[in-house]
Design a protein. Sequence first.
Length: 75
Amino acid sequence: MMTEHRDIYGQIHPVETPNLLKESLKEFETEVEQIKPEKSASLRMAQQKCPQLLTDDFKLMFLRCECFRVKVGLR
């Protein structure tokens, strides 16, 4: 279960716990693996040309932008 809080503007943000980060990264990887090859050409190119940039920190930036909603962000 994800715990959330509201900021001073009323926006809801998840409370980042080690467990949330671990589970979200795991879910992210699972979803990425399910992307059809014809829709993942850019990802495959990035994996080949600059794999050093595809770190967990980079993936967490994406997840934070989507408030840790993995499936919403990957559609």
